[in-house]
Design a protein around this ligand. Sequence first.
Ligand SMILES: [Zn+2]
Length: 315
Amino acid sequence: MPDVLKAPLVVEFPFTRSLGPVQSAFLTGLRERVVLGVRTGGDDGRVLVPPVEYDPVTAEELHDLVEVAPTGTVTTWAWNPAPRRGQPLSTPFAWVLVRLDGADTALLHALDAPGPDAVHTGLRVRVRWAAERVGAITDIACFEPYDGEAVQLKGNTGQFENPVTGIVAPARLDYTYSPGRAQSAYIHALGDRRMVAERCPSCRKVYVPPRGACPTCGVATAEQVEVGPRGTVTTFCIVNIKAKNLDIEVPYVYGHIALDGADLALHGRIAGIPYDQVRMGLRVEAVWTEGSRYPDHYRPTGEPDAEYDTYKELL
Ligand SMILES: [Zn+2]
């Protein structure tokens, strides 16, 4: 049995979101070194920090913004001994929930402290502002221990020049992926320019890429079957949006390809033909570029198109 593979995998993209009036005021306030909360309705109105747009109890819309102090009290915490990329501090720090003076709820942020012995529930802290502020939660660089006087507030109600109306939040998943036994065998075989599927012992379907089990019958697959490298385009789409970090000119075609001998279509890029001439039933073959461990794309073989009836179950 070949080695089960594993490799680092990073999925990342910038996530752009617009801010409603409450989040806009909150983040613009941070830029101006003002922390805002929102007051809930009724006689027992509470001040929520960070502010939300709707009352979490009554679902009523909220807009009564109130300034709270940049000082507060730690309500709970956890020590982070090994900060990761993108976290607020690069040295070990505490994650803390801080109830700012004037607020009824706590805000999650980082506390700069020399070690876990220096942190406790009830610790008094204050905001350490970032030197450059843009209207983001990172405008609070972190919290730091503070035993000084209460801070005088100016009663800001969220009116600012040039409010921030949107943010770009980078999303990133950084993990180790292991494809398991069946896909590892498939990937090893691709390196030798062979496509190895697995057949279900119950329904006899041939799966490629194999996942190690038949999703219909719920039984393990083990019998290996070589399929392809030729196949039929069963359906496709034309991609017109250029992906960041992807060196392929648009438009290009991405399709479902039923490899000869397989009972499931896989996907791949179709090239070697103008994008507007790709069609269902087109016969294609895998193309490996020099030194590549997997097919770069599929290109037409020149055979006559496949009859629809031969692939209609593989769309
Ligand atoms: Zn099956």
